[in-house]
Ligand binder design. Structure first.
Ligand SMILES: Cc1cc2nc3c(=O)[nH]c(=O)nc-3n(C[C@H](O)[C@H](O)[C@H](O)COP(=O)(O)O)c2cc1C
Length: 182
């Protein structure tokens, strides 16, 4: 199983990035997490018809069994890097039906999560609610190793990944499976 991770923060010591890095190390056997580099994408412009970074992103989406998003809230909204990436994927033909799990690293940040759900629903994603979690990382000073070493946080991440794996097994995305076989 291939899980493509989208991180809405470009910050070096990002809690969201740390949560995704920790999840990568906690993934069950047979599941691989890959983090897409969103910082190199051009600002969305429908006039751009060919771009290597956009092509890499859409290629990774086509091969993914699911997407895992961890993103901060900025000024009660979705972070710019994440919204930019999603805008590039709006017309992507393999995105509709994509199982998506969300990690909120700041339980007080509800506006961005609500907006993100609205955007993903508009893009016909399959938001896997039982695989959406909130981790109290803001102010914790934890890095990926610290998150993985914390029993409660590690359990929440493992449970989330197992729920996502269950969803993938129940509703496999044919496009991802077929593309890997060709
Ligand atoms: C410009 C800016 C705006 C922010 N706006 C909000 C906000 O509206 N709501 C909130 O809960 N946190 C807000 N925060 C806090 C960030 O979400 C928080 O610092 C988060 O940890 C950043 O994610 P990261 O650690 O992955 O980089 C804001 C931070 C910055 C720098």
């Amino acid at each position: 199983m291939e899980i493509l991770c989208l991180c809405g923060s470009l910050r070096r010591s990002s809690y969201n990035r740390a949560a995704l890095d920790a999840a990568r190390g906690l993934a069950p056997a047979g599941m691989e997490l890959r983090i897409a580099p969103l910082g190199y994408l051009p600002l969305f412009n429908p006039d751009i018809v060919e771009n290597t970074e956009v092509a890499n992103l859409t290629h990774a989406i086509a091969h993914a069994d699911a997407v895992l998003i961890a993103s901060p809230e900025y000024a009660h909204g979705i972070s710019g890097p994440l919204k930019n990436a999603l805008d590039w994927l709006v017309s992507d033909q393999t995105f509709p039906g994509m199982p998506v799990a969300l990690i909120n690293t700041s339980p007080r940040a509800s506006h961005a999560m609500a907006a993100l759900r609205e955007v993903l629903t508009t893009m016909s994603a399959n938001i896997v609610e039982r695989a959406c979690i909130s981790l109290p990382l803001l102010g914790s000073e934890l890095d990926a190793a610290g998150i993985a070493d914390d029993p409660a946080l590690a359990k929440a991440l493992r449970d989330m990944l197992n729920e996502l794996a269950d969803e993938i097994r129940q509703n496999p995305r044919l496009s991802a499976v077929q593309k890997r076989e060709t």
